[in-house]
Design a protein around this ligand. Structure first.
Ligand code: AMP
Length: 601
């Protein structure tokens, strides 16, 4: 490649896709997009080492949309994902990037959803199928998914598929795809097993790994705060109150987000402006000049717009949206700590972005220390100190004779004490920013009170990615022990079983309890209250090609003990039905639908 790709227009994407990217507000391709899109457009296989947050979904969705033949309603792209949540997110991303491609159809296919509905949609015809391995295998066996016209298979989060015991299924599916198809494999890590899969199924792949540049940024103290979605604005508002800030540079990912956030901060009384690549050079320069000379306290910028920004008074860089790569992070935080001063960098991270945080930590070779979102009490304490300081400074520096006289006259005329007058004035002064604490406990990010517009926005943005839970026993849920008719001799592993049950029964993996693998069967503890339809469905789910044929053995562990200890009496703390999600609603993505369909109805 001759010159580095810095704009989407440099990629051979057609007008409808470029128009969409403009509307969504993506300013420039992320490094993984710049590296991968040309290869996928050229029809090459790719092996991409990338994790969530790097923009990998668009890296494959955009070029594959470009290569679709929309007049042919046959599956042309198949994306395999480890979980149903990711399948839904990826399908949503395709739908959103295809908003100007008339007649485009994508279908997410995952366990737990009605198979007859999936059959109906498949019969009607779709261009892209995104699914979890188990259910895709089901459809291939039933011959309801016809892959004759398939042009590309994407394996998303291949190492997660390995961890969840799906890798043989992935192998099996790949063997059932036409020989000439393109394959794109993405994985955050490249263990040997994944390399073997790549070796077996990919032809001369372009290997892409985004370089992790290391750099020391010793002058900058780095912290992170857990905050996601609509809580970020409140956390930011609190941080701005308690930190000793001079000028603040806030980074977001899209042009649209720069203006939205800048408007919200302005509405909260901050001198704030947006900085993005679509602004005229004159406006951009004026904004930077105002920022430099103190006319603005906060600038909300994209990475592209803030390139090379040199404003020595920047005391804080807030990474409101986590950057796509470590290079961008290092550049961002390098905007503070300039001219020999110390700087502060604060990164907001959602739980699913913790992996990216660790990658950044390694790249900067410095710990990023956790911080709690400031509590209401901390904010009130801060306000009180500031208030006292203002009084001291006013007494020291201002000529107050006129006001002394005014107060004395008022005191005599109204017969009120000076303390009463001072208390009333204090009350008036603090009405916009109360000095009293109304909150008792320090809030967790999720408890931070939300402003009304945000609460409304949240209700409308159920496309926010669902969290993925890591396996963890939930002690508060009664469990039943079940028998599964697969065991060692069939090659079953705990990961296979967790993966199959989590996806097919819609149980968060943390609710899946103890698993014991015996020679020709296994046992697993699952929350009490499994709906009959899920139970019946699990009988047919296969692990290592063997139907689970699940059966109930009886209460397991502590529940059994508690029930024995208090015969005939309701057991305290018992929750049943825990962890079983509602069966996801029947859903179809297609034109005429909202561009980001709801995750659950
Ligand atoms: P992913 O790594 O695919 O999960 O994407 C992470 C986030 O980055 C998603 O919210 C995308 O909408 C966003 N994103 C992807 N590409 C870009 C881009 N070029 N500019 C700004 N945001 C992007």
């Amino acid at each position: 490649m001759s010159s580095p790709i810095e704009r989407f227009e440099q990629l051979a994407l057609s007008a409808p896709l470029l128009e969409t990217l403009k509307e969504i507000g993506y300013e420039a391709p992320s490094p993984i997009q710049a590296a991968i899109i040309p290869h996928l457009l050229d029809g090459h296989d790719v092996l991409g080492q990338a994790q969530t947050g790097t923009g990998k979904t668009a890296a494959f969705a955009l070029p594959l949309l470009e290569r679709l033949n929309l007049s042919e309603r046959q599956p042309q792209v198949l994306v395999l994902t480890p979980t149903r949540e990711l399948a839904i997110q990826v399908a949503e991303a395709f739908q959103s990037y295809a908003r100007h491609l008339a007649g485009f159809h994508v279908l997410p296919i995952y366990g737990g959803q009605s198979i007859s509905l999936q059959l109906r949609h498949l019969r009607r015809g779709v261009h892209v199928v995104v699914g979890t391995p188990g259910r895709i295998m089901d459809h291939l066996r039933r011959e309801s998914l016809d892959l004759d016209q398939l042009r590309c298979v994407v394996l998303d989060e291949a190492d997660e598929m390995l961890r969840m015991g799906f890798i043989e299924d992935v192998d099996w599916i790949l063997e059932h795809t036409p020989p000439g198809r393109q394959v794109a494999l993405f994985s955050a890590t490249m263990p040997e097993v994944i390399r073997r899969v790549a070796h077996r199924h990919l032809r001369d792949p372009q290997e892409i790994k985004i370089q992790t540049r290391t750099a020391t940024v010793a002058a900058v103290q780095q912290r992170y705060c857990q905050a996601s979605g609509s809580h970020k604005l409140d956390v930011l508002t609190r941080v701005l109150e308690v930190e000793d800030v001079d000028a603040v540079l806030v980074f977001v990912r899209t042009k649209v987000a720069t203006t939205e956030l800048a408007e919200r901060l302005e509405a909260r009384g901050h001198a704030c402006a947006a900085l993005h690549g679509d602004m005229t050079q004159a406006l951009r320069e004026r904004t930077i000049e105002q920022f430099r000379n103190g006319g603005l306290d906060i600038v909300v910028a994209t990475d592209v717009a803030a390139r090379g920004l040199d404003v020595p008074r920047i005391s804080h860089v807030i990474n409101y949206d986590i950057p796509h790569d470590t290079e961008a992070y290092i550049h961002r935080i390098g905007r503070t700590g300039r001219a020999g001063r110390g700087g502060q960098a604060i990164l907001f991270v959602a739980p699913r972005e913790m992996r990216m945080l660790r990658t950044i930590e390694r790249a900067t070779r410095q710990p990023i220390t956790p911080m709690q979102p400031p509590s209401q009490a901390a904010i009130a304490g801060h306000r009180l100190n500031r208030f006292k300081q203002q009084i001291r400074e006013t007494l020291a520096a201002q000529e107050l004779d006129f006001f002394h006289e005014l107060v004395s006259r008022f005191e005599q005329e109204e017969e009120i004490s000076v303390q009463d007058i001072a208390a009333a004035l204090t009350y008036l002064m603090q009405r916009d920013r109360p000095l009293q604490v109304r909150e008792t406990a320090s809030p967790r990010p999720a408890d931070v009170p939300r402003s009304r517009p945000e609460a409304e926005e949240d209700a409308d943005s159920r496309s926010t990615r669902p969290r993925r839970e890591r396996p963890r026993e939930d002690a508060d849920v009664d469990k039943i022990r079940y028998r599964l008719e697969v065991g060692h001799q069939h090659g079953a592993t705990p990961q296979n079983i967790v993966g199959a049950i989590a996806n097919e029964a819609g149980i968060e993996s943390r609710y899946i309890g103890r698993i014991e693998i015996h020679d020709d069967y296994s046992t697993v503890d699952l929350p009490d209250g499994m709906p009959e339809e899920i139970f019946q469905h699990l009988k047919r789910v296969r692990v290592r090609q063997i139907p689970l044929n699940i059966s109930r053995l009886g209460p397991s562990g502590p529940a059994r003990e508690r029930k024995r200890a208090v015969p005939g009496q309701a057991v305290g703390r018992v929750k049943s039905g825990g962890g079983f999600k509602r069966r996801p609603a029947d859903r179809e993505f297609g034109p005429g639908r909202r561009h980001r369909p709801e995750v659950e109805s």
